[in-house]
Design a protein around this ligand. Structure first.
Ligand SMILES: Cc1cc2nc3c(=O)[nH]c(=O)nc-3n(C[C@H](O)[C@H](O)[C@H](O)COP(=O)(O)OP(=O)(O)OC[C@H]3O[C@@H](n4cnc5c(N)ncnc54)[C@H](O)[C@@H]3O)c2cc1C
Length: 370
């Protein structure tokens, strides 16, 4: 029970989930409706889904990923998603100082095998033309395979550079975003695990596990990997992503963000360590879960990839292992939908929420405030 003094329990919008999508959506709604009481409820002291557990790539797509997306979602949707991600990176740069979120521009790359050079160069040309036509960007991808040797990337046939890709510190980014949300007047409550929601005449009553209750005109679920168990019929599936982090490695022969195998493997440098994630495609059914644990078979696959392909000639230990939960829609496009009057859900991410959410949240806010 709230006391008479606590006016935060009545809101125009309650958002469930304080990951990057919940927070950006709250900020964008508040910017459009300054008089609204916008409340974010997060079940844990620190958001615990994908946003604080990811790899921190500020990326808009590697060439093989976009090539595959073009065949899954079609050329137009692929370019529209890339545009959102590209503009999302620009928006992050506009709102935050590089130093506050450790935003770094050390170069983005994709390591590629199993393709003829002539076919690779053709694909690079097609994608560059599409990005030039659609977004006005020049020479986004270039074949820089001559740099492979100095980076000790002998296991790969080709190296393609991606201009405009960066990396950030995911923990600092979520903290800075929460700070920004508070500055624009959003109320965020941590330790508020939403368990029930019921429709009452013209509003929604939202109940948390510790006996608190909010009454709100509208509710937005931004719970990502937990959406499918909270809202029936969304067709959104959870997907666990696992990560390993090495001990510091002396004379690491490269810096930057790297993708391989259509983005199913990704790695980067952080404080002279390597952070590597992926291999989910090899254990698809097993990883279609929102259980925040790790599995031995996938962890061994990651370690093997690291030792044989990325850094075969250096000594290191694995210092940390963890997982986070992504969510995927059937055609890899973001979702905003109204399930019942005033009850919305959104999912932007399909494994690329860092760059996508700042702009996707603008669309979410437009829908909710109109
Ligand atoms: C291992 C891994 C690596 C990734 N790497 C990258 C990357 O490098 N670049 C990139 O762009 N994207 C990456 N992603 C994807 C990116 O992290 C996500 O797309 C993005 O963080 C999703 O944000 P979100 O706010 O939608 O969801 P989340 O961050 O998952 O937030 C959902 C929140 O809802 C809360 N919640 C759930 N149920 C309830 C409830 N009942 N009551 C209250 N709160 C609730 C959860 O605790 C959680 O904090 C990665 C993801 C993973 C898992």
């Amino acid at each position: 029970m709230h006391s008479y003094w606590d006016k935060s329990s009545s809101a125009q919008l309650v958002i469930i989930g304080a990951g990057v999508l919940g927070l950006w959506s709250a900020i964008e709604v508040k910017r459009r409706k300054p008089s609204w009481n916008v409340v974010v409820l997060e079940r844990y002291p620190i958001p615990r889904g994908a946003s604080t557990r990811n790899a921190g790539f500020a990326c808009f797509g590697s060439p093989t990923e976009l090539w595959s997306d073009m065949h899954v979602m079609g050329e137009e949707k692929m370019i529209a998603t890339v545009e959102m991600r590209y503009k999302g990176i620009l928006k992050i740069k506009e709102f935050f100082e590089n130093a506050d979120i450790d935003l770094q521009w050390d170069g983005g790359y994709e390591c590629i095998n199993d393709i003829e050079q002539i076919e690779l160069d053709k694909r690079i040309e097609v994608l560059n033309e599409l990005l030039k036509k659609g977004l006005g960007l020049s020479g986004v991808y270039s074949n820089v395979s001559s740099r492979k040797a100095s980076m000790h990337l002998h296991a790969f046939d080709y190296l393609v550079s991606i201009s405009g890709e960066g990396s950030l510190h995911s923990g600092k980014y979520v903290q800075s975003l929460a700070q920004l949300a508070k500055e624009v007047g959003v109320s965020i409550f941590y330790g508020a695990h939403v368990e029930k929601w019921n429709r009452h005449t013209h509003s929604w009553k939202i109940h948390t596990n510790n006996g608190f209750e909010w009454e709100s005109d509208q509710v937005l679920f931004a719970t990502n990997g937990w959406l499918s168990e909270q809202i029936k019929g969304t067709e959104i599936l959870p997907a666990r992503g696992q990560i390993i982090l090495t001990s510091p490695i002396e004379r690491l022969p490269w810096k930057g963000t790297f993708h391989a195998e259509e983005g199913f493997y990704y790695w980067r440098n952080i404080d002279n360590r390597i952070l590597l994630g992926g291999a989910r495609n090899l254990y698809k059914q097993q990883e279609e879960t929102n259980e925040l644990s790790i599995s031995q078979n996938l962890q061994e696959t990651l370690e093997d990839f690291l030792k044989t392909k990325i850094i075969p000639d250096h000594q290191f230990d694995i210092d940390q292992r963890w997982s986070g939960i992504m969510a995927f829609s059937p055609n890899k496009t973001p979702v905003i939908a109204q399930k019942e009057e005033g009850l919305w859900y959104t999912m932007a991410c399909n494994g690329m929420g860092v760059a996508l959410t700042p702009i996707w949240a603008e669309l979410v806010a437009e829908k909710i405030t109109n």
